[in-house]
Design a protein around this ligand. Structure first.
Ligand code: ATP
Length: 326
């Protein structure tokens, strides 16, 4: 295997709080270990259009506390084609980049694996997505911050829900996974979470109504994971209006609020550890792995596994939410 001298670094897909801390960690660890670092702007698009700048330690000063990504991010259709990836490879060679660190979600890691197998390039993935939907890591960078933001928002919506005695559906992100909805519901004391993992088994809305969602309470808050499987908050509210017109239902979609903001300490620490671990992985000759955290230990997960295996929801948490909402 050729010796790695220069590492290219990019962020791709949806931004997530903590990406900057990861960029800082990769850059500084790499320089500490004697590598050159090249920052690639706008994800795979910048790799194709040659938006590449050498990063020194000062390029990543004063960023650990900021949400978003200083490298910018993008979704890039061209990279899903062979010709696009060939262009990206040519630009990479022009800049003498020997290995890539990709910070992003499952789509970004899919692209990384495709690229690595086509051109025999060592690639290390760092899971940066608020969705927490990557197999092999207990947490992804940005998830904790998004969860805290959701909690903060629901606390405020509850004041209105209580005052008006309403049923509120609050839609949260998650990309077909229910981690944000389920844990957000527990953290904010919501009455229920409607998540895709359970939607295929039971009609969660019918169950919620049957269980008498009001009980002794004067309002109900239900977190809904955005997904065609759950129908989203709008879809569920429509069903309530048609099937249970006696209830006064309202919808709030938190949307991009969940992606922004200063990362929590937990996300900054996770991102710093994972960024440093990505450089360690390259030093150890690892390739095509994603950095994961497993019971607080850093682990290397084959990218193929991370993107293809389903991360399961913790059924005990589902049960806990059920018990606590009586
Ligand atoms: P998030 O979880 O926040 O949505 P993501 O990384 O999953 O982030 P995507 O939009 O799915 O975001 O993917 C980011 C980019 O990765 C795409 O725009 C595309 O350039 C690249 N990509 C995704 N899937 C593939 C694929 N199968 N082959 C090549 N490139 C891909």
């Amino acid at each position: 295997m050729a010796k790695i001298k220069t590492i290219g670094l990019l962020t791709s897909g949806g931004d997530a709080p903590g990406m900057n801390a990861a960029i800082r960690a990769v850059t500084r660890s790499a320089i500490f270990s004697g590598f050159k670092v090249k920052g690639i702007y706008r994800g795979y698009r910048g790799l194709i259009t040659d938006e590449i700048v050498e990063f020194k330690t000062q390029n990543v000063s004063n960023i650990v506390q900021h949400g978003g990504t200083i490298l910018k991010t993008a979704r890039c259709k061209e990279f899903t084609t062979k010709e696009g990836r060939q262009q990206a490879y040519d630009v990479m060679r022009k800049h003498d980049i020997d290995a890539l660190v990709v910070i992003g979600g499952d789509g970004s890691l899919c692209g990384a694996r495709e690229f690595a197998s086509e051109f025999d390039v060592p690639v290390v993935g760092v899971p940066g997505t608020i969705d927490n939907d990557l197999y092999g890591t207990d947490h992804t960078i940005g998830y904790d911050t998004a969860l805290n933001t959701i909690m903060w928002c629901v606390d405020r919506i509850r004041d209105t829900a209580n005052s008006h005695e309403r049923l509120f559906f609050i839609e949260v992100m998650g990309h077909n996974a229910g981690f944000l909805a389920l844990n957000g519901a527990i953290a904010s004391g919501a009455e229920a979470a409607i998540i895709p993992e359970i939607s295929t088994e039971v009609d969660q809305l019918a169950e919620l109504i049957q269980n008498g969602f009001r009980k002794s309470k004067n309002s109900s808050i239900v977190l809904v994971a955005e997904s065609p499987i759950t129908g989203g908050a709008m879809g569920l509210a429509e069903r309530v209006r048609n099937e249970y017109p006696q209830y006064d239902v309202r919808v709030t979609i938190l949307g991009h609020l969940q992606r922004g903001g200063s990362p929590t300490a937990q996300d900054r620490i996770l991102a710093s550890r994972m960024g440093a671990a990505a450089v360690d992985a390259l030093l150890e000759g690892q390739r095509n792995v994603m950095i994961g955290d497993n019971y607080d230990e850093i682990v290397y997960v084959p990218i193929t596994k991370a993107i293809h295996k389903n991360k399961t929801i913790d059924r005990d948490l589902v049960e806990t939410l059920r018990r606590l909402s009586i």
